[in-house]
Design a binder for this molecule. Sequence first.
Ligand SMILES: COc1cccc([C@H]2O[C@H](CC(=O)N[C@@H](CC(=O)O)C(=O)O)C(=O)N(CC(C)(C)C)c3ccc(Cl)cc32)c1OC
Length: 348
Amino acid sequence: QKALEADPSKKLCYYYLNKTSRSFAAVIQELDDDLRDAICLFYLVLRGLDTIEDDMSLDLEQKVKLLRSFDTIIYQKGWTFNDNGPNEKDRDLLVHFDVVIDEFLRLKPGFQKVIAEITRLMGNGMADYATGEHRENTSVATIKDFDLYCHYVAGLVGYGLSDLFAASGLEDPSIADDKTLSNCMGMFLQKTNIIRDYREDLDDGRQFWPKEIWGNYAENFGDLIRSDHLEKSRACLSAMVLNVLELVPDVLTYLSKIQNQSVFNFCAIPQVMAISTLALVFNNLDVYQRNVKIRKGEAVKLILASTDMDNVIAIFREYIQVISQKNETTDPNFLKISMAVGKDFLGA
Ligand SMILES: COc1cccc([C@H]2O[C@H](CC(=O)N[C@@H](CC(=O)O)C(=O)O)C(=O)N(CC(C)(C)C)c3ccc(Cl)cc32)c1OC
């Protein structure tokens, strides 16, 4: 805390961290010294990128230019951005982004390089996506497109965090060797959120579910909410959950490699929240009507329990059991789901 008093711009960075995501911000602040500032700033740089990508009021050319140059912008002392639309929820962060840049430039060069490289890859990935053929309603056609989009916005974060863990010396450098595992850490969170956020995204005119999946159950993406369509909507939801369940073994393998306690908590908590959310959305048609979220009490219980690998495996086992119990023989995906939940636990 004394470090925060001495350095007002660092204090502001933690103010923005807490403003953009209170619950997760607390977990970041528990990280051991060398990593805490690096991951706080990585989070804020990513949030800055996200705020630009999300802002529909920016014209495409300006947005693409910003996305493709964000990895150099973070080195430009004094840079700020005031053209975000008024309703952009994190516009305040970009208005004061010079403070983030000042603190970024105080990081060890090793940390700066990791953050800049992921920013470069993600900014260009987002720009490619924004100018791609799906520009109109940001629709995702194939499962391959779905995986590529989730890699850009979330898998790359896993890459960057593994590199920061290695650079900090708190984790064995081998944590960054298997990029598939790092990628899966992001995919699992992002794909679960995309299922949970179906209705919110539909109402915002955005669709991230791959047509290769939902096209088997509906003519139009919005048909899934119709009450005369329930059996097909339920089957579509199962197919989406099935696609995410495949990632469970790799997520558990990644977590089992972590040595440092604060790093383990930081990595495990979002993953157990995600498996809990996945069990909640499975076979739950409310997903098509509103944004379903796990109860606060459930979340607190999960946070307290996610401190070691045995507990995390027990939590995954519990929620995979819930999915198995909710699985219905009338569901065309019944067998595939029961195979997936069976396989998920042959491994660990
Ligand atoms: C090894 O990889 C990780 C290890 C630990 C945490 C995360 C991952 O967890 C949060 C967790 C988080 O931010 N939770 C929110 C709740 C929510 O968004 O549903 C919160 O608790 O407020 C999250 O969701 N994302 C956003 C992406 C998924 C796009 C990467 C995220 C954004 C920036 C950073 Cl530095 C980290 C993460 C990891 O990223 C893969």
